[in-house]
Design a binder for this molecule. Structure first.
Ligand code: NCD
Ligand code: ZN
Length: 332
């Protein structure tokens, strides 16, 4: 099967030695262009830090087009958005405080940023939302309902800024799928490879399948599969590949994040074939994302062969998704 290189609209490429391992592996997984998340330590909060980070990424692979993001925080309120765009910034990522890895600098009050959202709407910068409300001592919020509780905020932002492009990242619930479908053409959603596979039982007690937002109920997974299978153009690939060292995943308090980058396209082909929607892979992985982001068609192509391979136990100290399991496809 021959496809264009994937557009992965949500990926974590990390820093330092981890970055140098992960970037070439991302290319090996079939990705030609990606939206790079800004939750580094410290996070990307200035145009200079984005330029520097992008140069570092490019020094590890000249074959990937890196689309950059900034981390929503007060420093962005006085930033020149046109200058940010020139530095390669396509979006601003909002992490509600405390909901996931490196979200401590995140947002406590989204309404505070309404003036910035208006500026982003004018400049064509995408707002990327990690859609989970934080837990508070008095509320009944938990990881199973945190995404659904966030949805009214998506509706509010869309109604207030109808021309602002908004992406609800890594959706995991039937409720989120329904909400995005109902909103206008400026609202899209990314879906990961692993959320098309997993439900609660698959991560409870299995740290390597634990990520935020967590995989939910079978009917939620079915809603993700159905919307992809229906070829809805506002639902597209964002792998949320999020590597952590084995020790950080397997400790008493394991980090959230599933590492799919090295075999992203084979995982997708395996899942899409298993659930009878292989013919949807091309548009989901190569067309709908770039159309939403208004990007040109990519140059490179990739050939997948229907040959079994066993997923390695580890890549440089990071355990990949489905380690040790058989998958039905490989990139040749
Ligand atoms: C991501 C990470 O490790 O950076 N983790 C995750 O579980 N998805 C952060 C994120 O996207 O939430
Ligand atoms: Zn992520």
């Amino acid at each position: 099967m021959e496809l264009p290189l994937l557009d992965d609209m949500h990926v974590h490429l990390r820093q330092g030695a981890m970055l140098r391992h992960v970037v070439p592996l991302t290319r090996a997984g079939g990705v030609g262009r990606c939206v790079v998340m800004p939750n580094t330590d410290p996070p990307l909060t200035s145009v200079d830090s984005v330029r520097h980070y992008k140069r570092e990424l490019a020094s590890c692979s000249t074959d990937i087009d890196f689309l950059m993001t900034l981390y929503l925080c007060p420093a962005l309120e006085s930033m020149d958005m046109a200058a940010a765009r020139e530095a390669g910034v396509v979006g601003i990522k909002c992490y509600p405080q405390g909901v996931t890895t490196n979200s401590d600098w995140g947002v406590a009050d989204l309404q505070r940023y309404d003036a910035l959202f208006a500026e982003m709407e004018r400049e064509g910068i995408v707002l990327q939302l990690h859609g989970e409300v934080p837990r508070t001592p008095a509320s009944d919020v938990c990881i199973l309902n945190a995404e659904e509780r966030f949805l009214p905020e998506v509706v509010r932002i869309h109604k207030s800024f109808p021309r602002l492009r908004v992406v609800l990242e890594h959706v995991t619930t039937a409720a989120a799928v329904a909400c995005v479908k109902e909103l206008g053409e400026k609202v899209g959603a990314t879906i990961t490879a692993h959320h098309l596979d997993l439900i609660v039982d698959d991560w409870a007690g299995r740290n390597h399948n634990y990520c935020k937002p967590v995989a939910k109920y079978p009917h939620d997974r079915d809603a993700l599969r159905e919307v992809v299978s229906s070829a809805h153009p506002r639902f597209f690939l964002g792998s949320d590949s999020a590597p952590h060292p084995r020790s950080a995943k397997e400790g008493a308090c394991g980090c959230a994040g599933v590492f799919t980058a090295p075999l992203l396209l084979p995982y997708l082909a395996d899942t899409f074939e298993r659930i009878g929607m292989l013919d949807r892979l091309h548009d989901f992985g190569c067309v709908f994302g770039r159309t939403f982001y208004a990007l040109p068609a990519p140059q490179g192509r990739v050939i997948l062969e229907k040959t079994e391979q066993i997923v390695p136990d580890e890549y440089d100290g990071v355990v990949p998704y489905r380690a040790g399991e058989r998958i039905g496809w490989r990139i040749v």
